[in-house]
Design a protein around this ligand. Sequence first.
Ligand code: HPA
Length: 274
Amino acid sequence: MEQRLKKAFEYLHEKIGSFRPEILIIPGSGWECFIECIENPLTVEYADLPDFPQATFHKGCFTFGEVSGVRIVTAGRLHYYEGIPVEETVMPLRVIRMLGVRKVLLTNASGGINPVFTPGSFMVVQDHISWGVPSPLRGRNLDFLGPRFPDMSQVYSLRLQEAIYRAAEKCGIELNSGIYIQTEGPQFETPAEISLMSDLGADAVGMSTVPEAVAACHCGMETAAVSCISNAAAGISETPLSVEDITAAAQKAAPLMKALLQECIVEFSQLQEQ
Ligand code: HPA
């Protein structure tokens, strides 16, 4: 893995020259519309990187560029349910960390477990629960990235959470905060599972984000995550879940997502690196 990451790093390093992004954004379902807001974009396809995993759901590429004068990069998400080993799903994040990026904003669409969360609303992730998804840190530790047994008592930076609230206020968006639970997927949950997840304290459920947050915490990135509640979770929803409905609901929120991310970037960039 170390060799694979170093080869990918060298390729990217050569492609982007002296461009140094400050913030990594991983766009989840519905959030990819944000890529249109990037000025002077430079796209690097995962398919062109040596020995790099390929995406089958989101667009498999990095996009380097500027938003509101801030240098950023987006990385297309890879999911465990795509059949990609979990440690490979975090390769995009790790290689961007190797380029010197210290802040990451993860986004996703999720099912609302908390009955207060209505479809189309947003949840800032305070903490997470992994539901049967293996750790991306399995296997030999990558000592050059971080420690064998990293602390996870504050995965999601408090000051970045506050920055997301400030950004949302500027856009007139109301936010909730809560606990995100990730399943392996790709099947949606049963009502009995949702009832159990509710008892565990989860507010929203999805199929992504946790491995990236764990890997980011391991390699010392300041991490934040925001979720768009695209539907009420199984059993809470009166209708069967479909990816088409979820994607359509997430796409309806697209203008708000774009505005929120643009303001988050401005707010994040104003915070001195820790
Ligand atoms: N369950 C799991 N993943 C999801 C959901 C859901 O209800 N909605 C969006 N992603």
